[in-house]
Design a protein around this ligand. Structure first.
Ligand SMILES: Nc1ncnc2c1ncn2[C@@H]1O[C@H](COP(=O)(O)OP(=O)(O)OP(=O)(O)O)[C@@H](O)[C@H]1O
Length: 306
């Protein structure tokens, strides 16, 4: 964990009534045979926030999420989700979660409306079926068999099924893969409205603009370790955000990182108009790539590269 990344500290609280954290993870480890997929991570998700778990392929995100959802056992560490150890999560606990898995499992002969009605019947306080269909923009497809939908439309059904039970905590594992740009923006609106209703959300995404648009806080996981955690606009710390001034001098590109780009530009301009002058503020994507670049591969227990 690098300096300024805001490592969580302290013990775990118990019982959802006593904590404002919907997720608490301490020292979480998961080993698959010779691969240590998750190597001792700590983080909390506060009630009502949207938290983005970011990281390259194979970083350990899905493993972590599946442990939180109660689908996968952990090797070590402590986990509480809505105050309960997922390993002991019962049906009433599961009904408080909404889960949108990474790959779409929905096909079959049921129509969109039939499938949603069926799932709504499984929850104690479901969302209205028609409202949910409208929320994911599938009004025109309500009577279409799910097997006949496009990939992006099936993904919307996944999201609809994830929210039909009015979850307190919604897991969204790469929810907008396969969405066209307009559908993605519609989806962002839906997520914001869920957040406004008080739903806590754990989002994984490879789209950093999506994380920036939706998340309050985020964590970057690489090689099974959390390399940064914090407010989404502060990930990586202040140093990573120092602007870069770039210009051309006698045909040679020069650049300088400075916290006072205005002063540098003024100095350069005093000697004549600088050629191809630009001031660049590192984006979340630049910062992310710098952070994961160092640890993007997972070492096996033998220390070899997987
Ligand atoms: N069931 C399994 N058995 C063995 N190894 C596994 C299993 N599931 C995942 N792994 C390994 O654990 C590591 C972490 O995988 P995981 O699926 O958690 O990554 P991820 O961050 O979700 O990746 P992606 O962005 O591609 O979904 C990878 O090296 C993967 O090969």
């Amino acid at each position: 964990m690098r300096a300024g990344t805001g490592k969580q500290s302290g013990g775990m609280t118990t019982g959802s009534a006593t904590t404002q954290n919907v997720v608490e993870v301490r020292g979480l480890r998961k080993r698959y045979r010779d691969v240590e997929a998750v190597r001792g991570i700590d983080f909390d998700i506060r009630r009502g926030e949207t938290f983005a778990l970011l990281g390259p392929n194979g970083a350990g995100k899905s493993t972590t999420i599946e442990i939180l959802e109660g689908y996968r056992d952990r090797t070590a560490g402590e986990v509480r989700v809505l105050g309960i150890d997922p390993h002991h999560g019962d049906l009433p606990w599961k009904a408080r979660l909404g889960i949108v898995l990474q790959s779409t499992g929905e096909s079959g002969t049921a129509t969109v409306r039939e499938q949603l009605r069926h799932f709504a019947g499984l929850y104690p306080n479901p969302r209205d079926v028609e409202e949910t269909i409208a929320a994911v923009g599938l009004e025109q497809k309500a009577n279409t068999r799910i097997a006949k939908l496009s990939g992006g439309q099936k993904r919307r059904v996944d999201v609809a099924l994830g929210i039909i039970g009015r979850p307190e905590l919604l897991f969204l594992d790469e929810p907008t893969t396969g969405f066209d740009p307009e559908a993605r923006r519609q989806f962002w609106k839906l997520i914001r409205s869920l957040r406004d209703e008080g739903t806590s959300i754990l989002l994984t995404t490879h789209y950093l603009d999506e994380a920036q648009q939706l998340a309050d806080r985020g964590g970057i996981i690489a090689g099974g370790e959390l390399v940064a955690i914090g407010a989404i606009d502060e990930l990586g710390g202040a140093d990573a955000r120092v602007p870069i001034v770039r210009w051309l001098e006698n045909g040679v590109q020069r650049q300088e990182r400075t916290t006072e780009p205005g002063a540098l530009v003024a100095r350069l301009a005093a000697a004549g108009e600088p050629e191809r002058l630009e001031v660049i503020r590192p984006s979340l994507e630049d910062i992310y790539l710098e952070l994961v670049g160092e640890t993007a591969t997972i070492p096996t227990l033998e220390g070899n590269l997987a």
